[in-house]
Design a protein around this ligand. Sequence first.
Ligand code: GDP
Ligand code: MN
Length: 385
Amino acid sequence: MNIHEYQAKEILSAFGIPVPRGRVALTSDQVERAAKEMGGRCVVKAQIYAGGRGKGGGVKLVHHPEQAQELAKELFGRKLVTPQTGPEGLRVRRILVEEAVEIAREFYLSITLDRESSRYCLIASAEGGVEIEEVAQKSPEKIHVLSIDPFTGLRPYQARKIALALGLKGSVCEDCVELILNLYRACLEKDCFLVEINPLVVTKTGWLMAMDAKINFDDNAMFRHREYPDMLDYSQLDTLEINAGKYDLSYIKLQGNIGCMVNGAGLAMATLDVLHEFGGEPANFLDVGGGATREKVAEAFKIILQDGDVKGVFVNIFGGIMRCDVIAQGIIEAAGEVHCTLPIVVRMDGSKVEEGKQLLLESGLNVQIGENLGDGAERIVKMLG
Ligand code: GDP
Ligand code: MN
């Protein structure tokens, strides 16, 4: 789960990490007032669930409150496109106004879960800032990585080694050691998948400060943090994803024109691969999970049909816990309700499969039955061709 920069900074600050003074604003008048409070010269930062804002015009230094207000008027309501948002961009609904800081040096610092080693790893570079992706690609030796032993945790000497590798000396080095240890503590206590400070800066006056912050909570630990869902900014999420979330379905948007309903992540991946094999392009996939009910299948089907890119639907279900006749009923119910005339191919197997197929064939829908995964994929591609 994503949160905004200003929320991430509140968390980091609570763990003793210095961040610039700032205020979140919802209107351009508030931006002006906040800018006055910061002394006029300030940084106006669009809050969206994506980075790369500096390059996309979402982070700007201004010199007067009026200038801040003008900029806010341009930003509010607009869809900001950055190298990370994709061409459709993300709408700006909140703006962070911060005191401008004179930066001497910019570093990169993050802790993220490495799924391969099942450990947190600390990543740091002396060449932080907006070009970090390029540094990682062109000079990977400038990126320091430390895998953290979950038993011993992050030790001060390890943090010091990183701070020294960043070229820090004296009191700033010691501040950095403390900051790294605090970052690790925040990461653990808040169950983060990622905590990232880019740039972490040394100011011209010699202090360390987190100029930007990104936190991604680990979805698997949500049950331990009842307050997290309240932190979500729904304006940043795909409406279909929100709807899917309400029914405990996972919906993923893709670029093609075939809507896919599957049960299980593995089957979803296989379905996408086989569709590709036959020249089809999935518009999305919706995983209904193991023990879905008829209502859940119906909701899933409706969500798929609400995606304007969908020109046909491919259902690939293995009915183990789930009965095929129940799935068929769900599809028929949903398709009837929204008067769906799109081509549908259903490939299913498992309990009550014959009953399920029978129901579908008698439903009057524009439906074909796939004998197997390959046959089903071929059929939906042909029906759309
Ligand atoms: P991102 O592009 O989405 O990662 O947004 P950032 O918050 O990292 O801002 C982009 C860049 O703006 C940073 O790398 C800094 O170089 C610069 N920046 C942000 N705040 C300040 C500030 O207060 N003073 C100065 N001089 N530069 C800033
Ligand atoms: Mn940044």
